[in-house]
Design a binder for this molecule. Structure first.
Ligand code: GRF
Length: 189
């Protein structure tokens, strides 16, 4: 039986949520940080903490081949739960089927509203007064799996996509670690 407390964090860039998940880990251990971008700044941070990392540049690699290789790395590290944190590559259906119910993601909107990319710009363009972030289970349909938790964040007058992103990110960093702890605990029962 895979151990749900053994978590891999998948990133493609900055990795601020990855960092929150590692620094606030409670009831789970981040045993691997994996990235489809070898230059992702988050990888350097993880290496600096002495954490195992895995990376392969996914550019030009088929989704199936990439995900098979990723899957091998996850199995090598006996991972039980996968946390996506700014992982910008769609996972193949076979990968999602194999890991069904064990992959979670954080999205910068109050799902089911504003799935997909450029959420902050779209929220401002729509004149929303409230936004937030959501942690959900990953399924084949983008940003549409079971919602585990969400946090509201107000839109302030004069906000730009960057200022809104900063406010929402702060909420993400609070929401994701606590939600992952609860999720892992429920899986471990
Ligand atoms: C976050 O806004 C997250 O919600 C979205 O991608 C961004 C990743 O940022 N999925 P970071 O790499 O965690 O700093």
């Amino acid at each position: 039986m895979p151990d749900p407390t053994r978590v891999a964090v998948l990133i493609s860039g900055r990795g601020s949520n990855m960092r929150a998940l590692i620094e606030e880990a409670d009831g789970y251990d981040v045993v691997l940080v994996a990235s489809n971008k070898p230059q992702a700044p988050g990888l350097d941070w993880a290496r600096g903490r002495g954490l195992p990392t895995w990376t392969w540049d996914s550019k030009g690699v088929s989704r199936e081949a990439f995900d098979q290789s990723l899957d091998m790395a996850l199995e090598d590290h006996r991972v039980g739960t996968i946390a996506l944190a700014g992982y910008m590559r769609l996972l193949s259906p076979a990968f999602i089927a194999k890991w069904r119910g064990r992959i979670v993601n954080i999205h910068p909107s109050l799902l089911p509203d504003y799935r997909g990319l450029d959420t902050h710009a779209r929220i401002l363009a729509a004149g929303e007064r409230m936004t937030g972030c959501t942690v959900h289970v990953v399924t084949e349909e983008l940003d549409a799996g079971r919602i585990l938790a969400s946090a509201q964040v107000p839109v302030e007058p004069g906000d730009t996509p960057a200022s809104l992103e900063e406010r929402v990110l702060a909420a993400e960093h609070r929401l994701y670690p606590t939600t992952l702890s609860r999720f892992v605990m429920a899986q471990a029962k």
